[in-house]
Design a protein around this ligand. Structure first.
Ligand code: G6P
Length: 609
């Protein structure tokens, strides 16, 4: 979704701004822009093309300056056209970029129009720019910080902004209320961005702003005030460097790179685990785990499917009642609160608006035991929860989540083992066996990745279809859901997933000899039931694509294609079976020529409702 970069330095900042936007591209955007203060006035270049085109236009326009702001926009209010792209100006005196949504923009717009402001865009953002301009006009000191403080008091909604003014050529102001903003502290300048990754290579130390903070950046330093206007000091933290650099390397797409990184990131997550202990979830986990009687897992998208998978583990391994709910549903429904239930938010980014709001909602309802399972260390969810587990997958650039999912599954499996051990359901032998399996997972993942050529041949057939049905049972049902999600997200093939036992209750009606039915068939306790479901599909002419594993004993024949995973992996089998489904979606998308890493209409981090 939208991305912000801002800079003030003793040198031209245009390169930092456009490079920052390039690093934010993965989040998804439909327009972009840069503004700097040049020869005493704000100048901007905006584009509905890619950041690379914007950078060319910036060069052609000879844009340069020592302060500036830049933005990638994912349209909410107003179509993705140049006039709606940020930076937004007010009377050529204020330049502003904004992430988030201003809920009361309509009455403010009417008020500002009545004051003579002419709106040039359909955005809610323009309201903020004019409001700051107007507030500044009212103040004899013409101080930008004061104007920003006063203007923001009138806004309702969640946002982060970066702004500069014509008459204050030495500063950029950033503010955060509901959307993340991070300051990059440099030697010859200071920077801000909605995501620290935008500033990697530019700054080595970071300040993560708190809710309500307003930061004034100049070359000399960073001055931060809190929502009450009091000067505050925020911790300066050294950059968290991940060795899974956000560079593409030899791969065709980030998604492909991230699928193939899974053995390594899973190794990182499992090798450090030598015994199952609550300390895996932070120093306060032991006490918190002893005080809970159930779990409530909240998440969106792919993270929701890892939570759904975990329900099977948590109830069977730990014997702890577990509810899983889509965050956007939970936050708006009346629920029965059990204060002894630990709320677990599962999120790659830690910033997904609905999951964050669901967490806050749960806390307001009285849930004081909370845990974030998250891939971004200083994210909002990591900062709002009692316990934290960092999945450590490194930057995930492809919009369709892959390695973040598998590392979430590892984290949730560890949670099940930990709670199981604490509750006396996991013996020392069980623990030793589970650790052996976890430590062998990277090797097992590598042997699944080696099946890629066979999956490519499935993808070639699937790419010619408009619909697909995914089936799974038990702990593999959420994996079928994830496989269907991956396929529709990036190849735009309509896909649905069902628990195979539900076939006769509806989906059989759409099975014809045109329908590919991708079936997850591990050699587990439900295999015989699943084989009957497979017969039901075949009898209607459905084209079966079966992901079997050692001992499944399903042979390829007319209308039945089988890929056999080398090992059956017991309870951890979902982590292996999801990989061919990721590859299937990836190669189907490649065969259909879609924009794999930036699928249409989707964003990596959905920071607005
Ligand atoms: C978006 C992304 C998905 C992701 C979901 C939840 O829809 O495109 O890949 O699963 O958000 O994001 P989170 O960061 O909370 O895991």
């Amino acid at each position: 979704m939208c991305g912000i970069v801002g800079a003030v330095a003793q040198r031209d900042v245009v390169g930092v701004l456009t490079e920052g936007l390039r690093r934010l591209e993965y989040r998804g955007y439909d327009s972009c822009g840069v503004a700097v203060l040049q020869h005493g006035a704000p100048r901007r270049v905006r584009s509905v093309e890619r950041v690379a085109n914007l950078a060319d236009q910036v060069q052609e326009a000879s844009l340069s300056g020592t302060i500036g702001v830049a933005h990638t926009r994912w349209a909410t209010h107003g179509a993705p056209v140049t006039d709606n792209a940020h930076p937004i100006f007010s009377r050529d005196e204020i330049a502003l970029v904004h992430n988030g949504i201003i809920e009361n923009h309509e009455p403010l717009r009417d008020e500002l129009k009545a004051l003579g402001y002419v709106f040039e865009s359909d955005t809610d953002t323009e309201v903020i720019a004019h409001l700051i301009h107007h507030t500044r006009e009212q103040d004899p000191s013409r101080d930008l910080l004061t104007a920003v403080q006063r203007a923001l008091q009138r806004l309702r909604g969640a946002y982060a902004i970066a702004v500069f003014a014509k008459n204050e050529p030495d500063r950029v102001i950033g503010a955060r209320a509901g959307s993340p903003l991070v300051i990059g502290v440099g030697e010859r300048g200071n920077y801000l961005a909605s995501d620290a990754m935008a500033l990697s290579g530019t700054a080595e130390h970071f300040i993560f702003l708190e809710e309500g903070d307003i930061a004034v950046l100049s070359c000399d330093g960073v001055h931060i005030v809190d929502r009450d206007g009091a000067t505050v000091r925020r911790e300066v933290q050294a950059q968290h460097t991940s060795h899974y650099a956000a560079e593409l390397g030899p791969y065709r797409h980030y998604m492909q790179k991230e699928i193939f990184e899974q053995p390594d990131v899973v190794a990182d997550a499992t090798e450090r685990v030598r015994s199952i202990t609550p300390a895996l979830f932070g120093p306060n986990a032991q006490r918190a785990f002893s005080e809970i009687d159930s779990l409530l897992l909240l998440a969106c998208g792919t993270s929701y499917y890892s939570a759904l998978t975990a329900k099977y583990w948590l109830e069977s391994i730990a014997g702890i009642p577990t509810q899983v709910e889509i965050a956007s549903e939970y936050r708006y429904r009346e629920s029965v609160v059990n204060p002894c239930a630990m709320v677990v938010v599962v999120s790659q980014s830690g910033e997904t608006a609905d999951t964050l709001a669901a967490l806050k909602h749960a806390q307001e309802l009285g849930h004081h035991h909370t845990l974030a399972i998250c891939n971004v260390p200083h994210s909002s969810m990591m900062r709002l929860t009692e316990l934290q587990y960092l999945t450590g997958a490194g930057p995930e650039i492809g919009v369709a989540s892959t390695k973040a999912f598998t590392t979430q599954l590892v984290a949730l499996f560890l949670l099940a083992l930990t709670l199981g051990k604490e509750r006396g359901h996991v013996s020392a032998d069980d623990e030793a066996r589970a650790l052996r399996q976890l430590h062998h997972l990277p090797a097992a993942l590598n042997s699944v990745l080696a099946l890629e050529p066979q999956i490519v041949s499935w993808a070639e057939a699937l790419a010619r279809k408009d619909h697909a049905l995914f089936l799974g049972r038990g702990v593999h049902y959420p994996i079928a859901l994830e496989g269907a999600l991956k396929l529709k997200e990036i190849s735009y093939v309509h896909a649905e997933a069902y628990p195979a036992g539900e076939l006769k209750h509806g989906p059989l009606a759409i099975v014809t000899n045109e329908m590919p039915v991708i079936t997850i068939a591990p050699n587990d306790a439900l295999l015989e039931k699943l084989k009957s479901n497979i017969q039901e599909v075949r009898a209607r002419g459905g084209q079966l694509y079966v992901l079997a594993d050692a001992g499944t004993k399903i042979e390829s024949r007319d209308g039945v294609r089988v890929i056999q995973l080398p090992e059956h992996y017991g309870p951890l089998s979902p982590i292996l079976h999801v990989v061919p489904l990721q590859l299937l979606a990836y190669h189907t998308a490649c065969a259909r020529g879609t924009d794999v890493d930036k699928p249409r209409n989707l964003a990596k981090s959905v920071t607005v409702e």
